[in-house]
Design a protein around this ligand. Structure first.
Ligand SMILES: [Zn+2]
Length: 209
């Protein structure tokens, strides 16, 4: 991924941060919400994004694991290939705040930013508004995140029924290539990487903050 592309992703990141801030401000108790800090971390070793309270940075903040979120590790994957974005395991199947299938990395970046901004907002509620923050993925966090999903993320997602068919077709086509003896090693490797990445992402979704 070139530097220009990283810059593009960071600009997109700023765009979604700004949209999320505006939407959080429409919520009860959170009209003064703003992020004091954000970081786009491109280190390949950073797998988990974080949103929360950064006392040394002036308050509510987020740190986004860009290498992972923007797909720098999907080197052999065709750009338009459908992929599954995982959410936290306990609500991954939820139709509003759960995971989804898309062919656009931007959607995943937007989802991660909304997720982490919701954490930042719950701690803003605690330390600035002096009301409960609730548990990390508890009712208060879920209410904020659901609002961001409904207003910003979900309206731009592709039709999930169509996407699911594309996703299954894609996986099947990789398998068929193998059965017919037309082994396309690039596809096999992509297939393998996709499997490994899906597992890693499912794990990440279960472990991130
Ligand atoms: Zn979280």
């Amino acid at each position: 991924m070139s530097f220009a592309t990283r810059k593009e992703f960071e600009d997109l990141g700023l765009h979604y941060i700004s949209l999320c801030e505006k939407e959080v401000c429409k919520m009860t108790d959170l009209s003064k919400f703003k992020l004091s800090y954000h970081k786009f971390d491109w280190s390949a070793r950073r797998r988990s994004s974080r949103g929360g309270w950064y006392p040394n940075k002036g308050g509510a903040g987020i740190n986004i694991a860009m290498h992972h979120t923007c797909g720098e590790h999907y080197k052999n994957t065709p750009v338009d290939q459908p992929f599954r974005c995982y959410e936290y395991k306990s609500f991954d199947a939820d139709p509003v705040i759960g995971g989804f299938i898309t062919n656009n990395r931007e959607h995943y970046l937007a989802m991660v930013i909304a997720h982490e901004v919701a954490h930042a907002a719950q701690y803003f509620r605690k330390y600035i508004v002096k009301k409960s923050s609730g548990a990390p993925h508890g009712a208060i966090w879920k209410t904020i995140y659901a609002h961001l999903r409904k207003t910003i993320i979900n309206p731009m997602l592709p039709d999930q029924k169509v996407m699911k068919e594309d996703y299954e077709d894609y996986k099947l086509s990789l398998q068929n290539n193998k059965y017919e003896g037309k082994i396309d090693w690039a596809s096999v490797r992509t297939d393998f990487e996709m499997m490994v990445n899906e597992r890693k992402e499912a794990k990440r979704a279960a472990s991130h903050s």
